[in-house]
Design a protein around this ligand. Structure first.
Ligand code: 5GP
Ligand code: ZN
Length: 113
C-alpha cells in the first residue's frame, strides 16, 4: 500500500529501529514509546486491521504473536510479563491502518479490563 507508513517501514523506505525480521513479519520500536519496551510487530503484507483479517491471514497473525514472544525472551521480560495489544478502530484509538501488535512491558502495567 503506497501511502501506508508501516508498509514503507517494511520496505525500508522509512527508517525505524528494527528489532526482528523474517519473511512475513517485521518488528520495530514504537516512535513514541509508552513503556520502557514498546515494539510494534506487523505483517509485511498490508492488512488494515483486526476487522480485515481473512482466513488466509490467520497464519501470519499467529506469527506476529510468536515473534512478540521471541522478542520478549530476547529482551528478558518474558518472566516478569508483558502485554500484547491490537487496537481496532476509533474507540480503541487505532491511528495506523496497517495491523500491528503492540508489545509493551519493562514495568508493571495497570489493569486494562
Ligand atoms: P495504534 O494507536 O494505531 O494502535 O498505534 C500506532 C502506533 O504507531 C503508535 O503507538 C505510534 O506511536 C506509532 N507510530 C506512528 N507512526 C510511526 C512511525 O512512523 N514510526 C514508528 N516506529 N512508529 C509509529
Ligand atoms: Zn500497510
Amino acid at each position: 500500500m503506497e501511502n501506508c507508513i508501516f508498509c514503507q517501514i517494511a520496505q525500508k523506505k522509512l527508517q525505524a529501529q528494527i528489532r526482528y525480521e523474517d519473511q512475513q513479519v517485521i518488528a520495530f520500536d514504537d516512535v513514541n514509546p509508552k513503556m520502557p519496551v514498546h515494539i510494534l510487530v506487523i505483517p509485511k503484507k498490508h492488512i488494515e486491521s483486526v476487522n480485515k483479517i481473512a482466513e488466509e491471514d490467520t497464519k501470519v497473525v499467529g506469527q506476529l504473536i510468536l515473534a512478540a514472544a521471541k522478542l520478549a525472551k530476547q529482551l528478558k521480560i518474558e518472566a516478569q510479563g508483558y502485554r500484547l495489544i491490537f487496537n481496532q478502530g476509533q474507540h480503541a484509538g487505532q491511528v495506523v491502518n496497517h495491523i500491528h501488535l503492540h508489545l509493551v512491558g519493562g514495568q508493571r502495567l495497570g489493569p486494562m479490563v
